[in-house]
Design a protein around this ligand. Structure first.
Ligand code: S3P
Length: 168
């Protein structure tokens, strides 16, 4: 089986969907953010704070390189993995790329806890909706590089998995 790669904005359900999809397919599940945290022994917010975003992005790219050399895995990327075109090319080479999308309201609700998403936490609490909309717009074209997209706003993780399985 080719790798199945989930891309998309923060709070679109990449991790929960990926885990369930992998279980359904009997495939390995790899959550990139979690793997980077394990490998560095640091949480992502701590990494951004102590080492800077560029350190995180370089660990992310190293991991993409390693993962694109394997098969039979469901891979949940981080929301910004697609910012680097080389990452997208590597993930596309032997993988089907699926984008999970969601409305601003859904993302706002699902990322409501601060301290977990450093990219959004830079904005003041009141500006969080604006920060989400701005970043979503900036990244729209990047997420469109997927083979197909599933809007998860109104769906449970199980329904998202069923939708993906119909597409595959
Ligand atoms: C990021 C999204 C996060 C994580 C990091 C940066 C982004 O992943 O990789 O905080 O730039 O969108 P999730 O999409 O899993 O929250």
């Amino acid at each position: 089986m080719k790798n199945i790669v989930l891309i998309g904005f923060m709070g679109t359900g990449k991790t929960s969907t990926g885990r369930m999809l992998a279980a359904r397919l009997g495939a390995a599940f790899i959550d990139m953010d979690q793997r980077i945290e394990e490998e560095t022994g640091m949480s992502i917010p701590a990494m951004f704070e102590k080492k800077g975003e560029s350190f995180f992005r370089s660990r992310e790219k190293q991991l993409v390189r390693r993962l694109s050399a394997r098969r039979n895995a469901v891979i949940s990327t981080g929301g910004g993995t697609v910012k680097d075109p080389e990452n997208v090319a590597m993930l596309h080479r032997d993988g089907v790329i699926i984008c999970l999308s969601a409305s601003t309201d859904a993302v706002l609700e699902r990322t409501v806890r601060r301290g977990q998403r450093p990219v959004l936490d830079r904005a003041d609490q009141g500006d969080r909706r604006e920060a989400i909309e701005k970043l979503m717009n900036e990244r729209e074209a990047l997420y469109k590089q997927a083979d197909f997209t599933v809007d998860t706003s109104e769906l449970s993780p199980l329904q998202v998995v069923e939708t993906i399985l119909r597409y595959l």
